[in-house]
Design a protein around this ligand. Structure first.
Ligand code: SAH
Length: 486
């Protein structure tokens, strides 16, 4: 196979990044935007010895899983969605299969066990994104298929300037920092468009420059918008390569007219970095945070807080974690990687005592504040690395309790993509909790850690994937591991 060859391929598999995989005379090709069941014409872009990458040129026979027309015209160009052209039912099946496959291959979990314990993937249901979903979903996808859109409560739009010199907002094209102009991303709430257009018009009128990443010049880098799904409160934060926004009062006058506007701030980020936010927040109008609820727990969210982006599915994920934790009110529970205490506060309502551990100090400040505004008194939070805080606690406990071992009834972990360090998993095992609930955003590292825990006396009792991010290849998973009686 050589570069620029044009070939006909039947797509037979899907890769971890949502790409289609097919073979031509035994040679494997990876093809973005192609899906299982498609027969396509593709052009080879890069040819290695045993496999290559090709570009979809023409669909000869369309897969059953394909939607009639993608709801967003930018679906292929934009780096945000990877599988928007796939029917939602097929997206869900792909995600469930990915979790299952990783647990089998990487985790060494027997297929028979998985068949028995794996619960059906939790997808979004029609109407769950409230009034906002109606606009974009069904008709565009073909009447029988529900496609969930408008589920994100947070959007960060890079600001740039196009060839004609107009200020634009949009998204990065896949794997680049080229901005595709789009103020109307259908994964976000419709009001984003109104806010962005207001800001862009203001910038044009007052000649305020967009940031130029290469030259490190200009002012406005990003616009962050957050929307409280249960409160309808809106937050707008402009991220600046500078201290002040000129004519800020004019922009404020315009933005505050938008119903629900609650917080208008600027964030200062003068660093030459692709980290979006700096540390400093300045209030322009209203307050520095918005409020939202997940279930009956209230959260105050500032521009710098980490907060789950899909509140509808987050509620389901936390309820699942709570269900797996199976609390009666007597338990001591640890919530490791607790962020702003979201899961901790959910658990605290049903446990005797919860300890949260998180590496980001501001997140712990938020967690403590969130406990306070909810009147939750049985949650305590520690700043630090989970793999240091828990082992230290364990050692210290033995010292101060005549060698007695620290015990937890339930330990919940929700680590970032890299999963847990082995030293932490070992301490978890040493603390002999009855149940370990592992919430994961990367089922490959989850599987690796499940393998460790299974070898150390914990059996996998339940597995369920939850789709927090429709149209992307990402999937959350919750598993329950139960201590075997030894
Ligand atoms: N459970 C929370 C957050 C999960 S995201 C929620 O559902 O909202 C993972 C969190 O782990 C992030 O807040 C991140 O800051 C934190 N983190 C990353 N590495 C860590 C470590 N080594 N120890 C403790 N927390 C860590």
């Amino acid at each position: 196979m050589q570069k620029n060859n044009v070939v006909t391929v039947t797509i037979e598999d899907i890769g971890v990044n949502g790409e289609g995989i097919g073979k031509v005379d035994g040679y494997t090709l990876f093809i973005k935007d192609a899906m299982i069941g498609d027969v396509i014409e593709a052009k080879v872009m890069k040819a290695k010895k045993h496999y290559g990458y090709a570009r979809l040129q023409k669909i000869l026979t369309s897969s059953e899983a394909r939607v009639k027309t993608p709801a967003c015209p930018m679906a292929r160009k934009c780096g945000g969605c990877q599988i928007q052209e796939m029917k939602y039912s097929a997206q869900l099946a792909f995600k469930e299969g990915k979790v299952c496959g990783n647990l089998e291959r990487i985790g060494g979990v027997p297929t028979e066990l998985l068949d028995e314990i794996m619960e059906p993937v939790v997808g979004m249901e029609r109407g769950e994104t409230a009034e906002v979903a109606a606009a974009a979903d069904t008709e565009k996808a073909g009447a029988a298929d529900y496609q969930p859109f408008c589920y994100r409560n947070k959007a960060q739009f890079p600001i740039g300037t196009d060839k004609e010199g107009h200020v634009i907002a949009g998204f990065y094209a896949g794997r680049t920092h080229n901005i595709i102009s789009n103020t109307d991303c259908i994964l976000g709430v419709p009001v984003n468009k109104e806010i962005l257009e207001c800001i862009l018009a203001f910038m044009e009128e007052y000649k305020i420059l967009s940031y130029n990443e290469e030259k490190h010049t200009g002012l406005v880098r990003h616009v962050l918008i957050r929307y409280g799904f249960t409160t309808d409160e809106i937050m707008v934060c402009l991220i600046l390569n500078g201290e002040e926004l000129p004519y800020a009062e004019v922009l404020v006058e315009r933005l505050r007219k938008i119903p629900g506007m609650t917080s208008i701030t600027v964030n200062v980020n003068r660093a030459k970095t692709n980290v979006i936010m700096g540390d400093k927040i300045k209030l322009l109008w209203g307050q520095t945070f918005i409020t939202d609820y997940i279930g009956n727990v209230k959260y105050q969210i500032s521009p710098l807080s980490f907060y789950q982006v899909n509140p509808v599915q987050t509620k389901k994920l936390y309820e699942l974690a709570l269900d797996y934790a199976d609390l009666t009110g007597e338990e001591t529970v640890w919530d490791l990687y607790c962020g702003i205490g979201t899961i901790s506060l959910f658990l605290a309502q049903k446990a005797k005592q919860v300890y949260g551990v998180e590496i980001v100090p501001q997140a712990i400040d938020d967690a403590k504040n969130n406990a306070k505004i909810n009147g939750i008194k049985n949650a305590e939070f520690y700043v630090g690395k989970a793999e240091e805080v828990l082992p230290d606690y364990y050692k210290e406990y033995a010292k101060t309790h005549n060698g007695e071992k620290a015990h937890a009834d339930v330990i919940v972990v929700d680590p970032p993509r890299k999963g847990c360090e082995e030293s932490l998993l070992q301490t978890i095992v040493d603390m002999q909790p009855e149940r370990v609930v592992y919430v994961s955003c990367d089922s490959a590292t989850l599987a690796r850690d499940v393998k460790f825990l299974r070898e150390k006396g914990y059996e996998l009792a339940k597995v369920r994937a939850v789709d927090q991010f429709p149209h992307t290849v990402h999937v959350e998973t919750a598993v329950l591991l139960q201590r075997k009686n030894m």
